[in-house]
Write a protein that binds this ligand. Sequence first.
Ligand code: GRF
Length: 201
Amino acid sequence: MNLAFLASHRGSNMQSIIDACKSGALAANPVVVISNNADSGALSRAREEGIPAHHLSSLAIPDEDELDKRITDTLLECNTDLVVLAGYMKRIGKRTLAAFPGKIINIHPCLLPKYGGQGMYGMRVHEAVIASGDKESGVTIHVVNAEYDKGAILAQQKVLVKEGDSAESLAERVLAVEHSLYTETIAKIVSGEIALPGAEK
Ligand code: GRF
């Protein structure tokens, strides 16, 4: 299975998946990395790994539809089977969604449907969990559709909120679970144990 990554920042989730592909723990090939951020850790990591890396953003390509087309074409040219969002801060365009029905997945650092939607990302999620007094948070992997954080949930894992946790300390424990759960979930997609709802064969 050929994996394409869309990532905007650090790229630690992407890296853990690439590492699993390299070690043979995951029977998949990372084929391309696309970022809207020229200075992202994700693009640097891709170059280090020798994976084709593309900076495609609205700065260079202001027309929304043209940018969507460029992203779709890049994914198709690399024979992408599964699009993996790993900290990608942009909404996925109509063309990309249509070209990869049910084949785009995302990770979110809490238990959706709580603390999802537009504007709920990164440390904001963990801050909201701490402010709520919730006793548990976690990680969600879901299919991507036209609405932020609303697609079918494929996997979730809980992370307990500890007494005295800050958003930062919670984020650190959640991130460790993200790294293992994302790779495990992709492995189950590869093996067929998890079927992607709406995906054509
Ligand atoms: C992760 O917390 C992920 O859940 C969220 O963005 C963050 C990306 O981290 N969508 P990284 O770039 O993979 O290190």
